[in-house]
Design a protein around this ligand. Structure first.
Ligand SMILES: [Zn+2]
Length: 269
């Protein structure tokens, strides 16, 4: 997971969000939701509108907001409600954050493995089922007394335990190991709970991160060798390649790649 600036513009300087007509429809949907409260059935025709999907794909560089897996060409993805719209797993009787069903800031592009409950299916070299996981309707808080129960309750008061890619700096909470596993910074509850709820330890995600980590390790070694051999131009070219194709926001698993550059010694460089 990396931080994404929701207000960023595209290359032509246009804000990356649906147009005014969608926000007008969303406002009508919100009025309906407020009137029906807990009985409201959220309308995917609004929250998963093509315009919303196109904007989310662009804003998040066609990557899952949580695990950074490529989405679109390779995998199906969901328009995810960060605060769940229909129920809250941790709070019996909570109607869900129905008033945020059409709130642009509550919508994220998320792969099915992070969003839905999925098994961690066996791998050829590891023929066992590991623990199933996925976010679904979870939205854990440190303190239930802070939970927003109705429109108007302050969301900022909630002692949220899930990392929000648009609000938090995930690199302050998450670390990676040489074999691609993701771990929380020692004692970091938000990191621990996010890894658990988003199912970020599933083996295929671990292996994808491990591949990126191996590439960055190899590139850093090449850069050092070029520098030691006095080939400064080659070293500079490699640095640019590393920057553009492994570390940029648009690169899959950029968080893991950046962890190597930040602390190469941990990864044997
Ligand atoms: Zn994902």
């Amino acid at each position: 997971m990396i931080h994404i600036d929701r207000d960023r513009a595209d290359e032509q300087g246009r804000p990356i969000r649906p147009g005014a007509s969608w926000f007008a429809r969303a406002a009508r949907g919100r009025e309906r939701a407020a009137a029906e409260a807990g009985a409201h059935e959220a309308d995917p025709g609004i929250y998963a509108d093509d315009w919303v999907k196109a904007a989310l794909e662009e804003l998040f560089h066609r990557k899952c907001a949580y695990c950074e897996a490529p989405i679109g060409a390779e995998a199906d993805w969901n328009v995810e409600h960060f605060r769940p719209k229909g129920r809250v797993a941790e709070r019996h009787g909570h109607p869900g954050y129905y008033w945020l069903a059409y709130e642009w800031l509550n919508l994220y592009p998320v792969c099915e493995h992070c969003n839905q409950r999925r098994k961690d299916r066996p791998l050829w070299g590891d023929l066992q089922f590991a623990e199933a996981g996925g976010k679904q309707d979870q939205f854990p808080l440190e303190d239930e007394a802070t939970r927003a129960m109705a429109p108007g309750d302050a969301l900022a008061r909630e002692a949220r335990l899930l990392l929000d890619p648009c609000e938090d700096r995930p690199e302050e909470h998450l670390r990676f190991t040489v074999d691609g596993q993701i771990v929380a910074v020692t004692g970091d509850r938000k990191g621990e709970v996010s890894i658990e709820v988003f199912h970020l330890r599933r083996r295929r995600a671990r292996d994808a991160r491990r591949n990126v980590i191996s590439e960055v390790v190899a590139l850093l070694k090449l850069i050092r060798k070029s520098e030691a051999d006095g080939r400064q131009e080659a070293a500079a070219d490699l640095r640019r390649f590393l920057e553009d194709f492994r570390l940029a926001d648009s690169c899959p698993y950029a968080a893991a790649a950046r962890a190597v550059v930040r602390d190469p010694a941990v990864f044997g460089v």
